[in-house]
Design a protein around this ligand. Structure first.
Ligand SMILES: Cc1cc2nc3c(=O)[nH]c(=O)nc-3n(C[C@H](O)[C@H](O)[C@H](O)COP(=O)(O)OP(=O)(O)OC[C@H]3O[C@@H](n4cnc5c(N)ncnc54)[C@H](O)[C@@H]3O)c2cc1C
Length: 320
């Protein structure tokens, strides 16, 4: 466990996300995965390759070995969305036990927009300064007035568990929220997405910073394969199968043959004379002369052997 008591990221006007503790990191994912895949070697680059393999193949349980515990403060309406993520352990500030504090969310003028005409769950368009002012005034008026009544009821001895229900959902609450990396990435994938509400996105983006520093390889793999990766439905795939000319697939495969050769050579350097035969073995079809020209250009990207071979199989499956 590592103590991260100074790790506070401010969110919205009065909220924050603070990483309290984390357990494990990329190393914990690799350690758990090697129970299933054997010890092998453990060079840093191989750890990265293993993590990327696990993410690509949605082998998710090793990612559950890494834990994060956050202390967060957010408006209640944000917490309402947040608790939908059921795999976390939560302990929240109790308004049955303690009195509410006079802390309400007041949106920044630049985030006051009209209801989106395109997306029923979104906002868009520039609101006039007068209307923005009115929105801000109403937020303030209702928050201050409800808090006055709440305080009056408290002073009159009314039960806190009942008096609290007069307070609006822009009141701030706090909790400890603990989750594992697999489910935290799932949360961030949904809540840092542009379709998520701005107010929860801010908190999700703040938690993403912790993931980036605690498990950088896992974060990178999540971006590459889940967030920026593309999946095709059966219908889309059959459209590709029917209309993608085989020569296009062959052209891509040719590039893959070069990349495989360069990657294998970089992993384990070969004699100059062994390069062309290696390229042919990996499916290349260019003449030796053309191969040399391209090889000497130095413009061949290096990738991951297993990933390139998997890509090749996917492409082949699209051929008629
Ligand atoms: C942009 C956006 C708009 C949304 N709009 C609405 C809305 O209008 N109305 C609304 O009600 N919700 C809405 N939601 C919430 C959404 O439907 C999910 O409840 C929320 O995103 C949590 O997702 P989850 O269930 O995958 O996550 P988690 O609860 O964290 O679960 C993670 C995964 O664990 C598994 N899991 C967890 N618990 C169970 C279980 N009991 N049984 C089976 N599998 C389980 C599932 O595979 C799940 O994907 C919205 C969410 C987003 C991001």
């Amino acid at each position: 466990m590592s103590d991260n008591s100074d790790n506070v990221i401010k969110c919205l006007d009065k909220g924050f996300v603070r990483l309290v503790d984390s357990m494990g990191g990329d190393n914990a994912i690799v350690q758990a995965a090697r129970v299933s895949y054997g010890k092998g070697t453990s060079k840093l680059s191989q750890d990265r390759g293993l993590i990327r393999y696990l993410m690509r193949h949605r082998h998710s349980t090793p990612f559950e070995m890494v834990e994060f515990k956050f202390h967060c403060k957010m408006p209640i309406f944000v917490a309402r969305q947040w608790v939908r993520h059921r795999t976390a352990n939560i302990n929240e500030y109790s308004l049955r036990y303690s009195e509410a504090r006079d802390e309400f969310y007041y949106p920044d003028p630049k985030h006051i927009q009209f209801q989106s005409a395109l997306n029923k769950q979104g906002r868009m368009g520039e609101v006039t300064p007068e209307l923005k002012q009115k929105v801000q005034d109403y937020f303030k008026e209702i928050s201050e007035r409800s808090f006055e009544i709440y305080s009056e009821l408290n002073q009159a001895g009314i039960a806190r568990e009942l008096a609290r229900s007069i307070l609006p959902v822009n009141l701030y609450t706090e909790w400890y929220w603990k989750n594992d990396l697999h489910n935290l990435l799932h949360f961030i994938g949904l809540r840092s997405d542009s379709h998520a509400q701005y107010e929860i996105r801010v908190f999700s983006d703040a938690m993403a910073e912790s993931v980036k520093s605690v498990a950088p390889f896992a974060w990178e793999a999540y971006q590459d394969y889940i967030i920026k990766g593309m999946r095709f439905s059966r219908i889309e795939q059959s459209l590709l199968e029917r209309t993608l000319p085989d020569r296009v697939i062959d052209d891509i495969n040719e590039d893959i043959a070069y990349q495989l050769t360069a990657t294998l050579h970089s992993n384990k350097p070969r004699e100059e004379t062994d390069l062309y035969p290696l390229y042919i073995k990996e499916g290349g079809v260019d003449s030796e002369e053309d191969f040399k020209l391209k090889w000497d250009s130095g413009e061949i990207e290096i990738g991951n052997v297993r990933e390139l071979r998997e890509f090749k199989l996917k492409l082949e499956s699209l051929k008629n």
